[in-house]
Write a protein that binds this ligand. Structure first.
Ligand SMILES: Cc1cc2nc3c(=O)[nH]c(=O)nc-3n(C[C@H](O)[C@H](O)[C@H](O)COP(=O)(O)OP(=O)(O)OC[C@H]3O[C@@H](n4cnc5c(N)ncnc54)[C@H](O)[C@@H]3O)c2cc1C
Length: 301
């Protein structure tokens, strides 16, 4: 069966297909074992072929953006990992509406909006994922969430059917979006406003400075590990529990921002996950708070 996955993948698409691709090379925290098969469809038609075929053959699929919110386990990922960053990254403007495909880096949309003199995306400067990952996670910062500027989203269903949903019909939450499990986000339409370029640039530079001051950007990480509970910022509780700088192997709670786990060089996913579990236990025992994970852990157990 394993062999067949491979044979089929390279027959179905012209886009790149990698076998046993080390996921540490495709995730920002740089941990994780191999993806059995990593496919880069070159356009919507190829994606449709992939999805239909995988559906018929019951091949498990995982959509990978830029891997900036993912911890892939050391045993890797079975089936097909599908990445849209090479073939689906168009962006266009219609009045004050930007349409951007799922594989485009969110930062390219932020820069595009600045060039066009549009305001609304400034708080998202520095969030390192794709449009697809940003929508799936309802990415946000400084009180803003991507859903706030979203007009509608287009998705592919299991059989390859394409549907567009207005924001009002989508169930976003804090760092989340409820979608049927097999749906793939293809693109979003975002409504912005005309703004003054100097003001936009001023905001961008202030958000960017705050990010550089607060986040440990000099080490690989997956961004914030936990969602902020209603009792206050997760980082505050972790810091109060004395865990800043705490290590499991090469995974460490960042001394700069306690809600970040950084990879000191050769961390394994196992060490990152162990450290996450240890934090969860300690915060529950000491503060009675159940931390909920923001990062997604995927791969074989
Ligand atoms: C240094 C750093 C700083 C960060 N700062 C922030 C921040 O300020 N705010 C914030 O919200 N996040 C932040 N993050 C986390 C991360 O960048 C966001 O969650 C981002 O939106 C994830 O996008 P991605 O493309 O990397 O998604 P991935 O990590 O590749 O995937 C995340 C999830 O989305 C799903 N997904 C991806 N694309 C699609 C698609 N097309 N269709 C359906 N599902 C899809 C994946 O299957 C997975 O479940 C930070 C991360 C880092 C490393």
């Amino acid at each position: 069966m394993e062999r067949d996955y491979r044979k089929w993948a390279s027959r179905i698409i012209k886009g790149k297909v990698l076998f046993d691709a080390p996921m540490r090379q495709f995730t920002s925290i740089k941990v994780g074992g191999p993806a059995e098969c990593l496919l880069f469809p070159k356009d919507m038609n190829e994606l449709k072929k992939v999805i239909r075929f995988a559906g018929r053959k019951k091949i498990p699929c995982l959509i990978l953006g830029r891997g900036t919110n993912l911890i892939v386990r050391d045993k890797g990922v079975r089936g097909w990992v599908i990445n849209l960053t090479q073939g689906m990254k168009k962006i266009s403007l219609n009045g004050e509406i930007i349409e951007a495909e799922a594989g485009l880096p969110l930062q390219q949309m932020v820069q595009f909006s600045i060039r066009k003199g549009l305001t609304g995306l400034e708080p998202f400067v520095g969030i390192p994922g794709t449009i697809g990952g940003g929508l799936a996670m309802n990415a946000g910062a400084w009180g803003a969430e991507l859903k706030d500027v979203l007009l509608s989203m287009t998705c592919m269903k299991e059989g390859g059917e394409i549907v567009e949903r207005p924001r009002s019909r989508l169930q976003f939450s804090y760092r989340g979006l409820v979608l049927p499990p097999s749906w793939i986000i293809l693109k979003g339409r975002f409504l912005l406003k005309k703004g003054r370029r100097e003001e936009i640039l001023k905001k961008v530079s202030s958000y960017s400075d705050m990010r550089k001051r607060k986040q440990p950007l000099d080490y690989p990480s997956a961004g914030s590990i936990f969602k902020n509970p209603k009792e206050g910022p997760a980082g505050k509780w972790i810091e109060e529990a004395g865990l800043k700088g705490f290590r499991v192997g090469q995974a460490m709670v960042s001394p700069r921002h306690a809600n970040f786990i950084v990879n000191l060089g050769k961390a394994k996913a196992e060490e990152v996950i162990h450290l996450m579990e240890l934090i969860e236990r300690k915060i529950y025992e000491e503060k009675g708070i159940s931390l909920e994970r923001e990062v997604r852990v995927v791969g074989e157990l």
